[in-house]
Ligand binder design. Sequence first.
Ligand SMILES: *Cc1c(COP(=O)(O)O)cnc(C)c1O
Length: 406
Amino acid sequence: MTVNSSKRLEDLEAATRIVGAGRRSEWTGPVVNPPVWRASTHLYENTAALAQGPRTNEDGRFFYGRRGAPTQWALADALTALEPGAAGTVLYPSGVAAIAGVMLTLLRPGDVVLITDNAYDPTRSMGKGLLTDMGIEPRFFDPLDLDAYEAAFCDRTRAVLLEAPGSLSMEVCDLPALARIAREKGAVSVLDNTWASPLGFAGLSHGIDVVLMALTKHVGGHSDLMMGSASAGPELYAKLRGRAQQLGNVVSPDDAALALRGLRTLHLRLAHEAQSALEIATWLSKRPEVAQVLCPMLPGAPGHDLWKRDFTGGCGLFSFTFRGGDAAARNRFIDALTLFGIGYSWGGFESLAIPIEPSAYRSNMAWPPAPAAEGDRHGVRLAIGLEAPGDLIADIEQALEAWRGQ
Ligand SMILES: *Cc1c(COP(=O)(O)O)cnc(C)c1O
């Protein structure tokens, strides 16, 4: 399910690369998009060619359905073209499968993996469940405390799993420093870059070794598919690809075609969402009902300076906490929203809202983040979609009345 990058697009700007990426004429034929190649069996000319098949395990070569066909190759190739420094991209059936695929490539029984304390909860659960069951020890660290992070390494530490901004609490950490320290200690750094995508943060260029994404979110972009990816330089890419084949990871060509369709407008949707999110975050930050707005693009928010230094974009996902009130008031607010769906996931064209209680998923980081008053802990995560921001603000404004109990 993988293919090497095409080098010729590399020097162009992201918007231009997005239009051309993965569209090799040997895959598209005379049309714009690669057809949906639904295929398990690949046929050979004769028995001599059949015998040759297993000997050439290369990208972009027909063999058998599990290694994909041009629809999946085009998507992998396009994602590689968007990640400067990547030699290739492996596709997985979900974002969680991508995280598992990367962990099962890098780690052996007896190893230690450092996992950021503000990781996506299923990532945390994978550390405490799957990895622990396999004799791999997860250690959770506060990514904002570089000294504690450095002290957490031992001679069995093989990998570090990073995510920025943090899940739900949305703080941005010093990714280049965390990656540099991992390298000095001989560990492989892995970044869950679902929030920013390579358009907002070029992971490999900042010293990260493996960059993964839940394509389910912004790349799909329309809330109708699940998929994950991992991109890396030549050596790690070859290892990831080999392990993915052993694990039998495969994505459907229909989903790959949908992901390619989503990808072509990724930059437009991200820019719109990020702009709307900043407008809404700014409005919220002036409201008396709101204690903290946790949005990396908002000046003064936790990690904003690092976001500004290292990132080239954002997206519509951010959180805020109420000033006082209780969980019931917070839930009244969410239930009163009319333009926001209530649901997990994000990155689609539609806005979503969920209640958040990050303290249930932390062992080393405080919630709410400093400087917060103890009672200001009931949070909401908003995923801003493509609606007009003024309409979303008006909806939030009327829902704040429900929070106040009116
Ligand atoms: C959604 C998400 C995942 C998991 O993706 P799935 O496709 O739902 O398995 C991983 N990391 C982050 C940051 C996510 O938001």
